[in-house]
Design a binder for this molecule. Structure first.
Ligand code: ZN
Length: 51
């Protein structure tokens, strides 16, 4: 599975999801809600790049 990294350095790992945003483990980035906010800096998905 892929990983996506925020401009602040936070990493979203599809295999892990993001509990604080109610994103279940195994959720593909394309299926992460558009209102997802980085748990560290609060920026949205457009600030993430595929690692
Ligand atoms: Zn961030």
């Amino acid at each position: 599975m892929a990983k996506y990294v925020c401009v602040c350095g936070y990493e979203y790992d599809e295999a892990l999801g993001e509990q604080s945003q109610n994103v279940a483990p195994g959720t593909k980035w394309e299926n992460v809600p558009d209102d997802f906010a980085c748990p560290i800096c609060g920026l949205g998905k457009e600030n993430f790049t595929e690692e």
